[in-house]
Design a protein around this ligand. Structure first.
Ligand code: HEC
Ligand code: HEC
Length: 196
């Protein structure tokens, strides 16, 4: 009894927000209703139609949860997200993580500039982006999905890391990764990744 009790306490205290087990998949109706306030900006089915607002569909569960925790605590700053994140509970965060992770990923549009994609693919290989983001760029755990993300948002995100506006989770390494990237490389990387 005593062991069980303290384990529970540990779990409750340590894992405030980020659940590793996909315990919540059951109540999708409730999730869908709650997510309506998100899809107002992030788009129907979690696929954004709006400039500088990222798609959330098929982002890894943990990545979504961590970003909400960062917005809520103020470690990641954004005028639009902050007031929303301040209102979400830990339970909501788990719900949103599971909900958006399960949605169908965005379909990339036809590549209108294959030469730029080729440059982007070379830059990604040279910088070893796939070593963390996975070979398909679908992301994993706290590492974001990049495949099919909005192009101008990827450019913005890379500039935000490069300038230090966004630092990412402890040890995320994105600040170090983005710092040496030239504007030209960022443009090419974003174009390549958005069309995967
Ligand atoms: C008023 C518009 C708006 C609403 C409503 C909104 N968001 Fe956002 N969200 C944004 C913007 C803009 C960003 C990009 C912030 C940036 O550029 O750093 C963002 C970023 C995010 C991110 C980080 C994604 C990434 O790829 O880095 C997550 C996760 C997120 N929102 C979840 C939610 C959830 C869950 C809800 C509903 C509870 C929600 N958002 C509601 C505008 C909104
Ligand atoms: C050492 C592991 C690692 C490497 C290498 C890496 N990334 Fe990341 N990346 C991460 C993690 C972890 C995150 C989430 C960070 C956070 O919490 O903001 C991330 C986030 C991002 C984001 C933000 C996505 C979003 O939706 O907000 C972009 C864009 C990105 N990476 C692009 C790249 C590119 C391009 C490269 C190669 C030049 C690269 N990454 C290399 C680990 C890595």
């Amino acid at each position: 009894m005593r062991v069980r009790f303290s384990l529970r306490m540990l779990c409750a205290v340590a894992l405030v927000a980020v659940a590793s087990a996909p315990a919540i998949s059951a109540d999708t109706t409730a999730a869908k209703e709650k997510a309506e306030m998100c899809t107002a900006c992030h788009g129907e089915g979690g696929i954004s139609q709006t400039e500088n607002i990222p798609s959330l569909a098929a982002q890894p569960d943990q990545f979504i949860q961590w970003q909400l925790v960062f917005f809520r605590g103020g470690a990641r700053k954004n005028e639009q997200m902050q007031p929303i994140a301040e209102q979400v509970t830990n339970e909501d965060i788990r719900l949103f993580g599971a909900y958006f992770a399960a949605l169908t990923p965005p379909k990339p549009s036809t590549d209108d500039n294959p030469d730029l994609s080729k440059k982007g693919a070379e830059a990604a290989a040279g910088r070893r982006c796939a070593s963390c983001h996975t070979d398909t760029y679908a992301g994993t755990k706290a590492v974001a999905r990049l495949a099919g993300q909005r192009e101008e948002y990827l450019v913005k995100a890379l500039h935000d890391y490069k300038s230090g506006v966004r630092s990412g989770g402890a040890g995320s390494a994105m600040t170090d990764v983005a710092y040496p990237l030239s504007d030209e490389e960022i443009t090419a990387l974003a174009h390549y990744l958005a069309h995967l």
